[in-house]
Structures are given as structure tokens and as C-alpha cells.
Design a protein around this ligand. Structure first.
Ligand code: PEP
Ligand code: MG
Length: 893
């Protein structure tokens, strides 16, 4: 035993027999399983007694270079003695042997990651005692199971070593099933197993109960550092320092004949959340048999059996008295823990024992229903119900999904990049996708990978499938932002664009054929599969209304098409935080006019083209104001560099030259001249507005004319907030605010209607954040453009495929993609500082955020904490932001 341990430390906690040293509150020390066993025992529930070696033993074990802290062996001895007293059995005794299970149990559940040993304590001597009580056949069957399990987990031998022996033996006897094996057969197997251990390891299988126990304890602590466990912890953010506990518990046998059983149950349905007892069981079996799937378990209740159309008799009918006791225990546990429980139980010769309880994992739909039901039942408060649902989980509920009863013929599996499901015809080209969608067709865009040039095709498509790229590829990020289902990285897809076909596993899908995409599962399915629409009323509406009562932040949306604005409004958006006007210029009818404006050599030429654009923009804004009523609409004036509107391909150049009557060479020269070598920082945003004020003047006029028109049409007063992009100094804003104010004044005097409006700016450059104090002298609001602010602060952008530097994440240079979460690497600091400086100049200045971070739950909480007025995000993220904003309030303090 190592030294250096604190003598005060209690390493071992006993439970069972009506009392416990520990409780559920000691989860960090006892692990989830140990803490809940202690709690259940204290509640007087039938828990086989046992004891827990704490997670601190694990930590000490590794600190002491894999030796145990001083005093541990004495505490284990004492706990064993107490256990012998409680059970009336003796560890290692020939006549009345105590047998135990040894199981891991970390703070966070790590299913299947670590090791378990059952039936420990069996030996040549103790097996006799067990035989005397439970029969020879049962005793030797248990013994051979123990030898196999222990040899695998503790001694490191492979399972198949033992499986071959058993198979050979059965063959030699002409047996098919284990049930044909008699006591003598198992006895023979035991001796062959032991011989195999001796043969492989050069030493005998341990026959001493205590030696076995310490071997198993060491194996469980050792399994904390196995590769599987390490990987699982990494994926789930579980620190290695937490350690695992070890639970030593007296054995109960579910495999002692037809009056014994073992099973797993949930106090409510974990897939729908319905308040029905849910679960399955096997008679005459041990726990592993349920998990191993060798025999199919039977449903627990009559109702469940009917639902599954199962012919198997449910526990409710096989053991009615036990069933009643089990449902009583389930009720007690749910009322006590105030959450849905996932329980494991064993029935030994008609007597029920509880082996585990924990909060059950559940789908998003179940989480929602259970939270709302429990609040209505008075089990939890509305605030607790709000906290029971992770904002990010909502994403699963906001998209149409494949009906659970639908038949699935899978074409290919990839990554579940963006949830939801969609049906449509296969298209390989983004332009074609856009054309077909315009003609009212449902299309699925299938590409090797996507780039920013595919945006229109992605927007037009119902879903996106790519052969390459991960969960943060361009396709994945953009699809999630747009709320489009997406499967990416489907590596087996061979796309032959020329032939208009993709092939996978010997099957072929041609352009135009119908497929279904299941973004939540990452599957592409043949044909049209039946869907179900998300239900935004019912429990969803109830929970969101509770969240709305609590939250302080307003939630707006980034949207410009009437379709998106409508969706956002349905999802509860309270205004528009960003209407990107440039998107309105890409329309097929408009782009030639935009190009003629850009190519005009003079102010007059530009103004003539702008005159044609004015009514188009006005009607865009009218539609938006009509939908949003008196809710604020932040409309951003033209932002991107002009080359984005220029033709790119040779064919397009030809077409534009022909229609504009321009010489193709001159056209190319113009396009080249406009090309920004650094489009992020070049001649764009307010810089463009300052060079060509007539563009902003036209846009401002369109906004005010639309607002006045809708006001007189509907009687509701639109609330325009005109936003100038890419400002770095107050002077820039002064010049452009004057352009906007002039347009407003003109429209108001022409129409005789005066409306309130604001002029403000984006804070999306570090310089703007630094100058926020001066900028606020002119700006009536700030909206943090954290997309550009992240790129310009970090000096790093996403690549063309939308990927952030993966190597940086892998090496821990950035913990999380800073384009997703704001509060790291300076971006959050700049936002906080600019907010403070802005407020210092203009108290009550309206502050919001419209970068992608506005839809990230952690960033929403950050925005709440620094006192922003609102967050704005893409339509499908609006409910997520509403819930996150409520969490921000409730998690405080
Ligand atoms: C931003 O920069 O954060 C922003 C919202 O603008 P865009 O994404 O259009 O550059
Ligand atoms: Mg920007």
C-alpha cells in the first residue's frame, strides 16, 4: 500500500440493510451509481447491501502510481464485515458464501466504458455452499460465468478462449443449447476453463475470495484509463481527475429459475415522454443477458406489449405482485428525484431488488413533454421545467422529421450535420437547384462539397448531401444556419456530375429521382418517406411561454425573404435584427440592373439604374414591414464589395456584354478593377456608401417610402432602424447618417406622414469597438457583427469550405470554434468594452448582436450578462435563443 494519504479521509461508504453512509448528494464522491444506491437504501427500498470505494480512491491510486492509499484495506475489511452481518453470509465461506458484484460508477454515466465482474467469491470451496442452496447445476453455471468474466476483465484473457471451449464441448456431446447442459457438464467446463487459465498465464485461477476482490477492484480502477474510457471522456468533456468509484454489492440472482428475472425500466417513455411505465425484462437471466441481446426481452406491462404487438407475456402478468411492487418503487423514485428515472432491477426467487436508478436519457421530444407534465403535476416548478431542456436540444424539434413508423431503405450513411428531414429530387448543380425551386419543385442538392458559390442552390434546396466534409464543413455550417437538413461526409457516394448520377454500393440514383434526407440520423433514403411536421403548439408553446416570462433579452431574427421572416415570426421573433439588403439584388430580374448601375461610368448613369431598383427594393421592404407590424426592423444598407455582383464565368461575361452593349474587354477590365484582393476589408460597406452615396440614398428612400405606405395601408406604424455596415470611425457614420436623414425628411415631407426611426451602426471591426465611445455620439444603436468581428480580431477566417482551422481546435489552441462561441480569444471582450463605451456616451443606447453567435446558447448567455437588449439569429434558431435567454436569467446566482 502506498503512503502519503490523509488519515482523516474516509475511503469506503457502506449502504443497505436500512441505512447508508452516503446519499445522492455525494455523487461526486460516490459516483452516480454508488450515490443512488445509498439514497435508495436510505429510502427503505430493497437494495442488496454493499459498499462503495470512493472516486478519491481512484484519484489517489493514480497519484500514487497505481497503488492504494494507506488505510484502504482496513476500511474494506470493515465494510466486508458489516456486509457479512447484513446478509448473514460469509465471504469465502464453504457453507454459506457471500458473493458480490464489482462495478464501476463514475460521476457522469459512461455506459459500457468500464468493467464489471459478477459472482465474485466463487471458488472450489464456496461453489459447494452455493450448490447446497441453489442446486449444483446453477452453482457450476455461475462459477464458469465468473471464471470467464474475471479472466477477461482482470486477467486480460480473450472471451473467445472460453467460447471455443464451450462450443467444442457442446459439439462433442451433441448439444445445441446451454439449457441441455447438466451440472456435470458445467463442472467439466469449469475445470477446462481453469486449465486454460493455467495454460495461458502459467498460474492458476485465483481461488481466494479476497485476492479475487482486490484483483477486480484494481481492474475497475484500471479501466478508468482504458482507451475507450479516455476517448469517451474526451468526447463528453469529462475530466480525468473525476475518477471512478467502485461498487461492491452482494449478489442477487435473476437466473435462479422461472421465479427469477432481471430487467430495465423507465418511469416514463424516454422516446415520447408519455407518462407510462416503460421497460423490458427476461425471466431466468442475469443483467448482461438483457444488454447482450442474445434473448429478446419481453415488455414490462400489458399496455407496452399491446403497443409493440408482442406475443410475450409481460412482467405485469408473469409476476403480478412483483410488478405492483416495482411500479410503487418507480413512483417513489420519481417523486423523490423529481425526474424521470432509468432503473435496473432483479427478481430473485420472487423477491424484488433494485440495482440502480438514475435520471433517464431521453429524446428532445420526451424532455419537453416530461418537463411540462412534471410542472403541471406540481412535481417541479416552471423555472425548473425551463432548465430541464437544453436550448440546443430544441433544434431536433423544429424541423419536420421522418415518421417513426416509416420504412427506411438506406442509400448511404454520412454525418448527421443538420437535423430535420426532407424529400425531393436529386440535383447536382446549384444553379439548377435554384431554377427548379423557383419553378416550385422540391430539390435535394447533392455535391462532393459546397462552397460560398453554392449558397443560392443550398437556399433553394430542401436538404443538402455532400460526399466530403465534416460537421463543421461549409455545407454543415450553412445548412444548420439556414435550417436545412444536411448529411455530409457520405464518403461512399460517387458522384458523376457529367453523367448526372451518383453511385453507392452497387446502386445508382439519377438526377431527378426522389430521395429522402434524414439529417438527424445522417441517412439518405430511397424514395419518398413519410414525414411528420413539428408541433409548435402544445407543450412546445407552453414551455416557450414560460421561458418568455422569465427572459430579459429580446430575440430578433436575421431574415430578408418574406418566407424566412414569416417562419421567424412563427418561431417567436420580436423584430428583425438584420435584413441584408444585398441578398435582394441577386434575383435574376434585378442583377442586370445592379450590374448596369455598377458599370455606369457616371453618377447620372448610376442614378438612372438606381431609379429602376427603387421600386423593387420598396416592395421588398413593404412585405417585411407588413409582416412585422410595429416590431422593429433593422435594415442594413449595402455591404459587400461590388465585384460580388459581377459575372464570373466566361459565358456570363458574354451574356452581360451582349445585353449591356458593352465591349467584352472593357467589361472584363471593369470586373478586374473592382475585384477586391481582400474582400473582407476592401471597398465595401460604408466605404462604398461614401464613394457612391446615391446607392444608400436610394435604399434609404425605399425604406421610408415602404414604411409610410404600409403605415397608411395597415394603420400600424413600422419601426425602421437603418444600419450602416463596417463603420470604423464616427466621421463615416456622420456622413452616411446625413444621407439617411435627408432621405427620411424628403419622404416624410412628400407624403405628409412622419414615422419614428433610428440610424445606427454595426460594430464589426476592432477599430469600431475601440472607437465605440465616439461612434455612439452619432449612432442611436449598435449591432455587434461578430462574424466579421471574429475574423478581424483573430486575423483568421473560415476557409472556402466554411471550415475553421481544425488543427487549432485539435491542438487546443482554441477550445471551441470561435465562430460559434463568443466568450473567448478577445471577441467577447471587445463586445463588452464597446457596449460599456457606447453606454457611457449615450445612456440607453440600444444594443444587439446579429452575428451567428446570436443563436449560440452560450453566447446568448454572455449577451445577457453584459446587458445587451436583444440577440438576433437565423429563423430556426429563434426558439433556441429564447430558451437560452431564460436559462441566462435562471442560472444566475
Ligand atoms: C457580421 O459581420 O457579423 C454580420 C452579421 O454581417 P455579415 O455576416 O453579413 O458580414
Ligand atoms: Mg459583417
Amino acid at each position: 500500500m502506498g503512503d502519503g494519504a490523509n488519515v482523516e479521509t474516509k475511503w469506503v461508504y457502506s449502504f443497505g440493510g436500512g441505512s447508508s453512509d452516503g446519499s445522492a448528494a455525494l455523487k461526486n464522491l460516490l459516483g452516480g451509481k454508488g450515490a443512488n444506491l445509498a439514497e435508495m437504501a436510505s429510502l427503505g427500498l430493497p437494495v442488496p447491501p454493499g459498499f462503495t470505494l470512493t472516486t478519491e480512491v481512484c484519484t489517489a491510486y493514480y497519484d500514487l502510481e497505481e497503488s492504494y492509499p494507506g488505510g484502504l484495506d482496513a476500511e474494506v475489511d470493515e465494510a466486508l464485515k458489516a456486509l457479512e452481518q447484513k446478509t448473514g453470509k460469509v465471504f469465502g465461506d464453504a457453507a454459506n458464501p457471500l458473493l458480490v458484484s464489482v462495478r464501476s460508477g463514475a460521476r457522469a454515466s459512461m455506459p459500457g466504458m468500464m468493467d464489471t465482474v459478477l459472482n465474485l467469491g466463487l471458488s472450489e470451496v464456496t461453489v459447494q455452499g452455493l450448490a447446497a442452496k441453489a442446486g449444483e447445476r446453477f452453482a457450476y453455471d455461475s462459477y464458469r460465468r465468473f471464471i470467464q468474466m474475471y479472466s477477461n476483465v482482470v486477467l486480460g484473457l480473450r472471451h473467445d478462449t472460453f467460447e471455443y471451449i464451450l462450443d467444442d464441448y457442446k459439439d462433442s456431446q451433441g448439444f445445441e443449447l446451454d439449457t441441455e447442459m447438466e451440472a456435470g457438464d458445467w463442472k467439466e467446463i469449469v475445470s477446462q476453463y481453469k486449465a486454460a487459465v493455467q495454460d495461458k498465464l502459467g498460474k492458476p485461477f485465483p481461488d481466494d475470495a479476497r485476492e479475487q476482490l482486490w484483483g477486480a477492484i484494481g481492474a475497475v480502477f484500471g479501466s478508468w484509463m482504458n482507451d475507450r474510457a479516455i476517448l469517451y471522456r474526451k468526447l463528453n468533456d469529462i475530466p480525468a481527475e473525476w475518477g471512478t468509484a467502485v461498487n461492491v454489492q452482494s449478489m442477487v440472482f435473476g437466473n435462479m429459475g422461472e421465479t427469477s428475472a432481471t430487467g430495465v425500466a423507465f418511469t416514463r417513455d424516454p422516446s415520447t415522454g408519455g407518462n407510462t411505465f416503460y421497460g423490458e425484462f427476461l425471466t431466468n437471466a442475469q443483467g448482461e443477458d438483457v444488454v447482450a441481446g442474445i434473448r429478446t426481452p419481453a415488455p414490462i406491462s400489458r399496455a407496452r406489449a399491446d403497443e409493440l404487438k408482442s406475443d410475450e407475456a409481460p412482467l405485469e402478468e408473469v409476476m403480478p405482485r412483483v410488478y405492483k411492487q416495482l411500479t410503487d418503487v418507480a413512483d417513489t423514485l420519481e417523486a423523490h428525484y423529481r425526474d424521470m428515472q432509468d432503473i435496473e432491477f432483479t427478481v430473485e426467487d420472487g423477491v424484488l431488488y433494485m440495482l440502480q436508478t438514475r435520471n433517464g436519457k431521453r429524446t428532445a421530444a420526451a424532455a419537453l413533454k416530461i418537463a411540462v407534465d412534471m410542472a403541471k403535476e406540481g412535481l417541479i416548478s416552471e423555472d425548473e421545467a425551463i432548465l430541464r431542456l437544453e436550448p440546443a436540444q430544441l433544434d431536433q424539434l423544429l424541423h419536420p422529421t421522418i415518421s417513426p413508423s416509416a420504412k427506411r431503405d438506406v442509400v448511404v450513411k454520412g454525418l448527421p450535420a443538420s437535423p430535420g428531414a426532407a424529400v425531393g429530387q436529386v440535383v447536382f448543380d446549384s444553379n439548377e437547384a435554384a431554377h427548379l425551386a423557383e419553378a416550385g419543385r422540391a430539390v435535394i442538392l447533392v455535391r462532393v462539397e459546397t462552397s460560398p458559390e453554392d449558397i443560392h442552390g443550398m437556399h433553394a434546396a430542401r436538404a443538402i448531401v455532400t460526399a466530403r466534409g465534416g460537421m463543421t464543413s461549409h455545407a454543415a455550417v450553412v445548412a444548420r444556419g439556414m435550417g436545412r437538413p444536411c448529411v455530409c461526409g457520405a464518403g461512399n457516394l460517387q458522384i458523376d456530375t457529367e453523367a448526372g448520377v451518383f453511385r453507392v454500393g452497387g446502386r445508382e440514383v439519377k438526377k431527378g429521382e426522389i430521395i429522402t434526407v434524414d439529417g438527424a440520423e445522417g441517412e439518405v433514403l430511397f424514395g419518398e418517406v413519410e414525414m411528420q411536421q413539428p408541433d409548435l403548439s402544445g407543450d412546445f408553446g407552453v414551455l416557450m411561454a414560460w421561458a418568455d416570462k422569465v427572459r430579459k433579452l429580446n430575440v430578433r431574427t436575421n431574415a430578408e425573404t418574406p418566407a424566412d421572416v414569416n417562419v421567424a415570426k412563427e418561431f417567436g421573433a420580436e423584430g428583425i435584427g438584420l435584413c441584408r439588403t444585398e441578398h435582394m439584388f441577386f434575383d435574376a430580374e434585378r442583377i442586370p440592373v445592379v450590374r448596369s448601375m455598377i458599370l455606369a461610368g457616371s453618377k447620372e448613369g448610376r442614378e438612372a439604374a438606381l431609379e429602376k431598383l427603387l421600386p423593387m427594393q420598396r416592395s421588398d421592404f413593404e412585405e417585411i414591414f407588413r409582416i412585422m407590424g410595429e416590431q422593429p426592423c433593422t435594415i442594413r444598407l449595402l455591404d459587400p464589395p461590388l465585384h460580388e455582383f459581377m459575372p464570373h464565368s466566361e459565358a456570363e461575361m458574354q451574356e452581360v456584354a451582349a445585353s449591356s452593349g458593352m465591349d467584352i474587354k472593357a467589361l472584363k477590365a471593369q470586373a478586374d478593377a473592382l475585384h477586391e484582393s481582400n474582400p473582407m476589408l476592401g471597398h465595401r460597406g460604408c466605404r462604398l456608401g461614401i464613394t457612391y452615396p446615391e446607392i444608400y440614398a436610394m435604399q434609404a428612400r425605399a425604406i421610408f417610402e415602404a414604411a409610410v405606405a404600409v403605415a397608411s395601408e395597415t394603420g400600424a406604424k413600422p419601426v425602421p432602424e437603418v444600419m450602416i455596415p463596417l463603420v470604423g470611425t464616427r466621421k463615416e457614420l456622420d456622413i452616411l447618417k446625413a444621407v439617411v436623414d435627408t432621405a427620411a425628411k424628403a419622404v416624410f415631407s412628400e407624403t405628409g406622414t412622419v414615422l419614428d426611426y433610428l440610424v445606427g451602426t454595426m460594430i464589426e471591426l476592432p477599430r469600431a469597438a475601440l472607437r465605440a465611445g465616439q461612434i455612439a455620439e452619432t449612432a442611436e444603436f449598435f449591432s455587434f457583427g461578430t462574424n466579421d468581428l471574429t475574423q478581424t480580431t483573430l486575423g483568421i477566417s473560415r476557409d472556402d469550405a466554411g471550415r475553421f482551422l481544425t488543427s487549432y481546435e485539435e491542438q487546443g489552441i482554441y477550445e471551441k470554434d470561435p465562430f460559434v462561441t463568443i466568450d473567448q480569444d478577445g471577441v467577447g471582450e471587445l463586445v463588452r468594452m464597446a457596449a460599456e463605451r457606447g453606454r457611457a456616451t449615450r445612456s440607453g443606447i440600444k444594443l444587439g448582436i446579429c452575428g451567428e453567435h446570436g443563436g449560440d446558447p452560450a453566447s446568448v448567455i454572455f449577451c445577457h450578462n453584459i446587458g445587451l437588449d436583444y440577440v438576433s439569429c437565423s429563423p430556426y434558431r429563434v426558439p433556441i435563443a429564447r430558451l437560452a435567454a431564460a436559462h441566462a436569467v435562471l442560472n444566475k446566482g
